[in-house]
Write a protein of this length. Structure first.
Length: 209
């Protein structure tokens, strides 16, 4: 049985990642693929417990290195219990955030040494790495305004300030530039169906659908 493909969505707060995960998953199912949609932090029972520690509470709740380790504890459980078994069974996995988010948030924006972030990300993910990463790019003010409309308890990162989020946006663009064989940048300011059309074009081109 052929291994499934692993597609991740990255980008700042409010960029529409969860929406595009759902739309792409439905499109892939429509052309005959088995697909699971998942997210980070989360995607397994243990990782969901850690998620609450990371996305709720005051912005200063954790030191940056602590956050890095918590994200990767969640990632390891997610990969071992959800992502790797699905890929090995031939199922495609579409994920809202993965290791690039940890590099952007804890590395670029919170100043943890980038080599340390990369090494711990790899330890946690093992040999599971995205075949394609879609970076949804959106001006920070627009993204934060969209995110604030959700008004839920998972707003810890949203409250870290516009300067922090400008660093996040720049980080994702740098990551995409440094990894052109894996990453595609898609503008996220348009209507969801228009963004989804650009995403689908990228998936077809990169993964030969």
């Amino acid at each position: 049985m052929a291994r499934g493909r692993f597609i991740t969505f990255e980008g700042g707060e409010g960029a529409g990642k969860s929406t595009q995960v759902g739309l792409l998953s439905a499109r892939l199912r429509a052309v005959g693929h088995d697909v699971i949609a998942t997210r980070e932090p989360g995607g397994s029972d243990g990782a969901m417990e850690i998620r609450r520690l990371l996305v709720e509470g005051p912005p200063e709740r954790w030191a940056p290195l602590s956050e890095l380790l918590l994200h990767n504890a969640a990632r390891h459980d997610h990969v071992q219990r959800t992502v790797a078994p699905a890929l090995n069974a031939g199922t495609w996995v579409v994920c809202d955030r993965f290791a690039d988010s940890t590099m952007a948030y804890q590395g670029y924006a919170q100043d943890v040494d980038l080599k340390t972030v990369a090494q711990i990300n790899r330890w946690a993910a093992g040999d599971v790495w995205p075949d394609l990463t879609i970076v949804l790019d959106l001006p920070v003010e627009e993204g934060l305004a969209r995110a604030q409309e959700r008004r839920d308890a998972e707003d810890r990162y949203e409250r870290m300030g516009s300067r922090f989020h400008e660093r996040i946006r720049a980080a994702f663009l740098d990551i995409a530039k440094d990894n052109p064989e894996r990453c595609v940048v898609v503008g996220a300011a348009a209507a969801p169906d228009q963004v989804a059309a650009q995403v689908w074009d990228s998936v077809q081109a990169r993964l030969s659908i």
